[in-house]
Design a binder for this molecule. Structure first.
Ligand code: GLN
Length: 209
């Protein structure tokens, strides 16, 4: 059988070395996350079906539009499987619309809008958007200076006791990055900056499992 796997990463590499990380590929900036995950050392795959979800060690929920992502997740019969895997402890990282999808509670959603949930927080949709549709800011993410890109971004209104705040941004010193156990979320889009540190942080979380 031809082996196209590079010698440094054998196909049977344990998850601790090269975890398989999916990107929920219903809608949004999927390709950018796949590229960043690959650069961060993961085997990156698109996830559109429940069987594909079962095969990953961790999952990125990309930016895009959370209302559309929710509706497509229902149509593709992924919403319940996503909830079950998150409940079972699968590491997941949501950026922007993905942050909304990982929130237990949301404000300013559309009627009936549902999320995957998992992080004990209230996220306000389009929160920065009302003030500034998109902006960039330098901020501290888990002790590292990162350049963050916000596009009609949500912010975190409040967090429960088990949630660590990893980053805040102006205007308003709002919470824009959080972690609760194996779940990570940012209001901003690290996949658009060419800086792989947030993805490396997440891939390390997946490796830790
Ligand atoms: N405003 C979008 C939403 O509600 C999120 C924007 C983004 O992901 N860039 O899903």
């Amino acid at each position: 059988m031809p082996d196209s796997t590079p010698a440094s990463e054998p196909a049977d590499a344990p998850a601790s070395r090269q975890p398989t990380v999916g990107v929920l590929a219903l809608q949004g900036d999927v390709r950018e996350h796949l590229r960043m995950l690959t650069e961060a050392g993961a085997r990156a795959v698109a996830v559109r079906r429940p069987a594909e979800l079962e095969a990953v060690d961790g999952l990125v929920v990309p930016g895009g539009e959370s209302t559309t992502m929710w509706k497509l997740a229902e149509i593709f019969e992924l919403l319940e499987p996503l909830r079950m895997r998150v409940k079972a402890g699968m590491p997941a990282y949501g950026s922007c619309a993905g942050m909304i999808m990982l929130a237990d509670r949301i404000e300013d959603g559309i009627a009936g809008q549902q999320t995957i949930g998992g992080i004990d927080m209230v996220v306000r949709r389009n929160a920065f958007g009302r003030q500034v549709d998109s902006f960039e800011a330098d901020l501290d993410f888990a002790g590292e200076d990162v350049h963050a890109v916000f596009i009609r971004a949500p912010w975190v209104e409040s967090v429960g006791p088990d949630v660590d705040v990893l980053g805040r941004a102006q205007p308003g010193d709002r919470i824009v990055a959080v972690r609760q156990g194996p779940l990570l979320a940012t209001s901003f889009h690290p996949e658009l900056t060419g800086d792989t540190r947030v993805h490396r942080y997440f891939v390390d979380m997946v490796r830790e499992l």
